[in-house]
Write a protein that binds this ligand. Structure first.
Ligand code: GLN
Length: 201
């Protein structure tokens, strides 16, 4: 079954996500308008600056429509700033910053601090097969609290941030603090495409 997966195209690595999704057998399309959102089965929200994406979602009249689709069960994958946007609660946000929500977690923006502001490490994600992933973190959030509805599927495994939660799943929603689209390893996108296929029955 071919699923159509949109990539929110307001900011971030849109081309890279479209490419990875295509490698994994999805029909991948950029989404910038409601009409385009209406045509997709699922949505990827790339990294960037969550405060900017929040503002652009409103400017493009997409905030409420995306939120409605999420509430109706649309699968979504958020990377980095995308994770922040899919989180129910955010710490370290700017005044008035809102999230779309959906995942019962509290995330902290720019959480890793100066020492490990941007870093790379190998870690395992539940549902991703054939060994650890190379995870690239760029001014990333971490997950500080996980509510009962959400499930931790990945943590930093070594170094100063060892133990920090960086991947969470809640039903058809998947979020990671890191950027899988920059490594050429498409296994996180494979997992997401599987989630989308399952949601289609
Ligand atoms: N620091 C950004 C934010 O708070 C996220 C960075 C990223 O997406 N690479 O929105």
């Amino acid at each position: 079954m071919t699923v159509t997966v949109g990539v929110l195209a307001l900011q971030g690595d849109v081309r890279e996500h479209v490419h990875a999704l295509t490698v994994e057998g999805a029909h991948a399309v950029p989404v910038r308008r409601v009409r385009e959102l209406d045509a997709v089965d699922a949505l990827v929200i790339p990294g960037g600056e969550s405060t900017t994406i929040d503002k652009l979602l409103r400017a493009f009249d997409l905030f409420a429509p995306v939120q409605e689709r999420l509430r109706a069960g649309m699968p979504a994958y958020g990377s980095c700033a995308g994770m922040i946007l899919l989180a129910d609660r955010v710490l370290g946000g700017i005044e008035g910053q809102q999230t779309l929500g959906g995942v019962d977690v509290t995330v902290r923006r720019n959480a890793f601090g100066r020492q490990v502001d941007s870093f790379e490490t190998d870690l395992a994600v539940e549902g991703v097969e054939d060994g650890p992933l190379h995870a690239v973190f760029i001014r990333a959030p971490w997950v500080e609290e996980v509510g009962p509805a959400a499930r931790v599927v990945g943590r930093v495994e070594s170094g100063p941030a060892a133990g920090r939660i960086v991947a969470v799943r809640q039903g058809p929603l998947l979020v990671t603090s890191f950027h899988p689209e920059v490594t050429g390893d498409t296994r996180v996108h494979r997992l997401f495409v599987e989630i989308v296929r399952e949601s289609q029955g």
